[in-house]
Design a protein. Structure first.
Length: 461
């Protein structure tokens, strides 16, 4: 009887250009990231085996490992150090991602200059601009230093040669998607190239103890471009956020092997460069001398940092058609929900008014803790009566008209009291066993209807 030979399973010959998922046949949709039209054919994957090699650095008991080699070194930019967890760790690789023009290159050039002035040798690799263009930016933001070396390269082998020649203590690559390896097929920025470039730079950084900052591009939806493995390879992932027409920039850590991920750095981007803002709360408050109807202040938490932010509302009688709802800096769906709750649960008729809600200073209020401030701003605008001076509101509004508790209320109130607020409307039981800040009167409410009565409070002296 003839025996049938066992056939080998075909090697994966198709790969997703977004996440690197592999398949043995072409499909229209990636099975991992669910993206359409991103699966393309690649060469057959060769099976490689590795024999055991001679161990140069034998494993040691964990108690004998020198931990001082992993201590963070300050960059000189306080807000950036806050996000990194104290500074850059020698051999650590940080991926800095953000939209074009948001200030990534400006910040990193400032970090490079400060490190060079502190006596560290710095190598700045630019794959998007010439060395002359980087020099001009350095002159504009006063980031020239003798130990800061510039090179404009897009070939991986040349970049590695520059690192061997300069022997830097800090390496900046702007950006990882513009560097390509001649040994890998494909254009710069594709999955294979980004994986190869990142792995090669990471290997050099770990071997020589070089603190490394990689600039990464983002896609249309704001996620980091390239394979997902890029985020797994690096030690820290830092995200730049901010509106293009606003000077405020927020920097937050999405991943951090050396520190917390709930810290946020605040920066002010201007023509003279990017400057850290240790106390940014004043950016989000209006400068009016007298209270105006339709304004209310809330305190949001960005990471562990409380930010005092003002909400403004304007109501205009409708013309008989569908009422218009326009928002800026606040979530439109939550604003629509708050309008419905005010109309149904608090007796504030808003269904026929055109409604405009915005924040001050380009701030974004995505936290539910700002619901109560939005509700009071709308009620104040409807009544045409300003809220008492020095009043703020914190709380989440439910569909039943209840005001729900939020986290960190004592920390929020302490920040508000520090800059001069005297009254606060919060959900019932928010303080728990803690007392209110000195000089602040705290009003606890259970529903929106009770909160709207704060409009009738006498103005404090």
């Amino acid at each position: 009887m003839a025996t049938t030979a066992r056939k080998k399973a075909p090697a994966p010959t198709y790969r997703c250009t977004e996440c690197g998922w592999q398949a043995v046949k072409w499909v229209g949709r990636c099975g991992e990231c669910q993206a359409w039209g991103t699966v393309s054919e690649v060469g057959q994957t060769r099976v490689r085996t590795a024999a055991a090699a001679t161990v140069e650095r034998p494993a040691r008991p964990i108690g004998e490992v020198d931990a001082t080699r992993a201590e963070a070194q300050a960059t000189g930019v306080g807000e950036f150090d806050r996000v990194l967890g104290g500074g850059l760790v020698p051999g650590g690789v940080v991926l800095v991602a953000g939209e074009p023009g948001i200030g990534k290159s400006t910040l990193l050039l400032d970090v490079a200059a400060r490190a060079a002035r502190a006596g560290r040798r710095v190598l700045y690799i630019s794959g998007e601009e010439s060395a002359a263009q980087v020099r001009l930016r350095g002159e504009r933001i006063e980031a020239l230093a003798r130990d800061l070396y510039l090179a404009s390269e897009t070939d991986l082998a040349t970049v590695l040669a520059q690192i061997d020649r300069v022997e830097p203590e800090l390496l900046i690559v702007d950006s990882v998607q513009t560097i390509a390896s001649a040994e890998i097929d494909g254009a710069p920025g594709n999955v294979s190239q980004v994986r190869e470039v990142a792995a090669a730079i990471l290997q050099v950084a770990k071997r020589h103890g070089i603190g490394t900052l990689l600039v990464g591009h983002v896609t249309k939806d704001g996620s980091i471009a390239g394979p997902r493995v890029l985020e797994h390879l690096v030690d820290v992932v830092v995200q730049f956020e901010g509106e293009r027409h606003s000077r405020l920039r927020l920097v937050r850590a999405v991943k951090n092997r050396y520190g917390p991920t709930d810290e946020v750095g605040c920066f002010d981007l201007s023509e003279l460069g990017i400057v850290g803002l240790p106390d940014p709360s004043g950016l989000f408050l209006s400068r009016l001398d007298e209270p105006v109807p339709g304004t209310c202040v809330s305190v949001t938490l960005e990471g562990r940092r409380p930010l005092v932010t003002e909400v403004q509302a304007l109501l205009v009688p409708g013309n008989g058609g569908s009422a218009r709802r326009t928002t800026n800096g606040v979530d439109s769906s939550r604003t629509a929900m708050i309008l419905a709750v005010l109309d149904r649960r608090a007796g504030v008729a808003l269904r026929n008014d055109d409604c405009y809600v915005s924040t001050v200073g380009g701030a974004k209020l995505s936290e539910p803790a700002a619901d109560l401030a939005i509700a009071l701003a709308l009620a104040s605008a409807k009544e045409g009566r300003p809220l008492p001076a020095g009043l703020l509101a914190v709380g989440e509004v439910g569909l039943a008209g209840d005001v729900r508790g939020v986290g960190g209320v004592p920390r929020r109130l302490a920040e508000a009291a520090r800059i001069g607020f005297k009254r606060a409307i919060v959900p019932a039981g928010s303080l728990g066993t803690e007392s209110a800040p000195a000089g602040m009167r705290v009003i606890e409410v259970r529903d929106v209807h009770a909160a709207t009565r704060a409009i009738a409070l006498p103005v404090s002296s």
